[in-house]
Design a protein around this ligand. Structure first.
Ligand SMILES: Cc1cc2nc3c(=O)[nH]c(=O)nc-3n(C[C@H](O)[C@H](O)[C@H](O)COP(=O)(O)O)c2cc1C
Length: 145
């Protein structure tokens, strides 16, 4: 069983998740914080999707301050990925990979691996890039069965 898990505040990450789910139908589960202020050091999650019945998960997140948002990190740290295969993607705004995208994906991979998961792929979607639609299509097509 497969699912997409996302944190999305302004909708970019959610729209990518929807495109993936159009190619490969699977539920989109959302991480929802009690408060979406990105500066809260220890965010409390109102919704933290349970992954027990899924063996493959796609996880999507924005980049905040060149880094993994604390909300995404909190979710990953409190989730058991043992035996699960994980594909990661991020959406971000700044033009270069070194401006947060790459680092955020590596941070996400680190936590998923510490929590027992196997990361299969990592993808950055740059919202400002004119290749954005092509990159989203390419990402979504990875999941075509
Ligand atoms: C507080 C804050 C910090 C951000 N920091 C970065 C950053 O360091 N690098 C970057 O490329 N984009 C940064 N962004 C842009 C978001 O990552 C980007 O707009 C993302 O697609 C938002 O995803 P969402 O619409 O799913 O919430 C930041 C946005 C916010 C609100």
């Amino acid at each position: 069983m497969e699912a997409i898990v996302i944190y999305s505040k302004t909708g970019n990450t959610r729209s990518v998740a929807k495109r993936i789910a159009e190619v490969k139908p699977m539920p989109i589960l959302e991480i929802i914080p009690e408060n979406d202020d990105p500066n809260i050091e220890r965010p409390v999650l109102k919704e933290a999707p349970k992954l027990k019945s899924y063996d493959h998960v796609v996880i999507g997140s924005p980049v905040y301050g060149f880094s993994i948002p604390k909300i995404t990190k909190t979710y990953l740290e409190q989730t058991d990925f043992t035996g699960k295969t994980v594909d990661l993607f991020i959406t971000h705004f700044f033009p270069f990979a070194w401006m947060g995208g790459k680092q955020t994906l590596n941070q996400m991979r680190y936590v998923v691996e510490v929590k027992g998961g196997t990361v299969k792929s990592m993808t950055s979607i740059n919202w400002k890039n004119r290749k954005r639609e092509k990159d989203i299509n390419l990402l979504a097509s990875q999941f075509r069965s």
